[in-house]
Design a protein around this ligand. Structure first.
Ligand code: KG4
Ligand code: ZN
Length: 343
């Protein structure tokens, strides 16, 4: 049995997981600095990095106590090297190097996006590549084909905002607070998704995404809506049903774009398995629409449970297992690589 401790600090979660043989989760401890960013309506990199420093030892203690083990019982230390916020990544990388050096353990540098996809394999241990990966978070919107360990082909990416960022910005326009995905998801249940025909972007690159036009369309709708004629402050719309209709119509357009690109990727590659990861993968409408598509188009769609969709240390420890087996170790001279992408 090989036990790996995985450290994740790429954004606002300070997370450490302990996983046996790449699949069996012993601990998945997370501390989030979300509340500290909420007043600003988005993640402030300096605050995220400072809070990683403040909480990482506590998160380590929590993970070791959850797994009922000590650092001596761990065979290797894995860490997210990138992509992510440079200052935030640096804390995790420095901490991991310190642990590896002090405990004389091998170090494995992990790609954050590959880790998100590995969460699908942890959620469903029988799952084997090839599969289409759809990564949807506050920082990323990316479609790829996963052919095997470390073998990815990027099929499409967002040309502007990430889809989670679009949820967050639209929620801000609607006065729903930060992060915006969960309240839009909840409020949309009361709204009519076909009430407003928000645009679905198209591109010469058929598997690329764009969400800035959709976000602008929501803003324009709000500032010219019938019940706020000529008023530029969107807060003037007080009607809960009207807000719910905007939320549901926006969500439908965003989910439509994700679904159509993913289906296109399946059609073009002939791959019929899809793994969806990242915070937006918790969205109930996204899950529902993919479940319908899975049934009608005979696809196998994997949504990891929410604890494995958001940033977490277990997925980092999990994806590191095969790298350790292949002897792909990192040296103690590595640093953060904010631009790393599916390597
Ligand atoms: O993966 P994640 O926890 O952090 C990174 O961005 O790396 O994703 C956070 C994003 C936020 O933009 C948040 O609004 C969105 O995921 N999100 C959701 C839902 N839950 C979280 N978006 C739509 N529906 C949800 N239920
Ligand atoms: Zn992430």
């Amino acid at each position: 049995m090989t036990r790996i401790l995985g450290i994740e600090t790429s954004c606002d979660e300070t997370a450490i997981g302990i996983v046996d043989d790449g699949l069996s989760i012993r601990a998945n401890a997370v501390a989030t600095s979300l509340a500290h960013h909420a007043p600003y309506g988005g993640v402030i990199p300096e605050i995220a990095a400072r809070l990683h420093v403040e909480t990482i030892w506590d998160v380590l203690s929590q993970a070791l106590s959850e797994a009922a083990c000590t650092l001596d019982d761990v065979d290797a230390i894995a860490v997210t090297q990138g992509p992510g916020l440079p200052g935030a990544l640096l804390i995790g990388v420095a901490f991991a190097k310190g642990l590896a050096l002090a405990m004389d353990k091998p170090l494995i540098a992990v790609d954050h996006l590959a880790a998100h996809l590995h969460a699908g394999e942890m959620a469903q241990p029988g799952l084997k590549p090839p599969y289409i990966g759809l990564l949807v978070s506050g920082g990323h919107t990316l479609l790829c084909a996963a052919y095997g360990e470390g073998k990815f082909e990027v099929l499409g990416q967002t040309r502007d905002d990430a889809v989670g960022e679009a949820f967050d910005k639209v929620a801000k326009l609607l006065g729903l607070g930060y992060p915006g995905g969960p309240p839009i998801d909840r409020l949309s249940e009361e709204g009519k998704a076909d009430r407003i025909a928000f645009p679905r972007s198209s591109s010469k690159l058929p598997m690329d995404f764009s969400f800035s036009g959709l976000k602008t369309a929501v803003y324009q709708h709000l500032t010219t809506a019938k019940n706020a004629p000529g008023v530029k402050e969107v807060q003037r719309i007080h009607d809960r049903q009207a807000i719910a209709d905007v939320a549901a119509s926006f969500q439908e357009a965003a989910v439509d774009m994700l679904l159509t690109r993913a289906l296109r990727a399946c059609q073009r590659t002939g791959i019929h398995q899809v793994v969806i990861g990242g915070g937006v993968a918790s969205n109930s409408r996204l899950r529902g629409r993919f479940a319908d598509a899975a049934a009608s188009k005979k696809l196998h769609v994997v949504f990891p449970p929410p604890a494995l969709c958001v940033d977490n240390g277990a997925m980092v420890a999990g994806v590191a297992f095969s790298r350790l087996q292949r002897g792909e170790l990192a040296s103690l001279s590595i640093t953060a690589d904010p631009d790393r992408c599916l390597t």
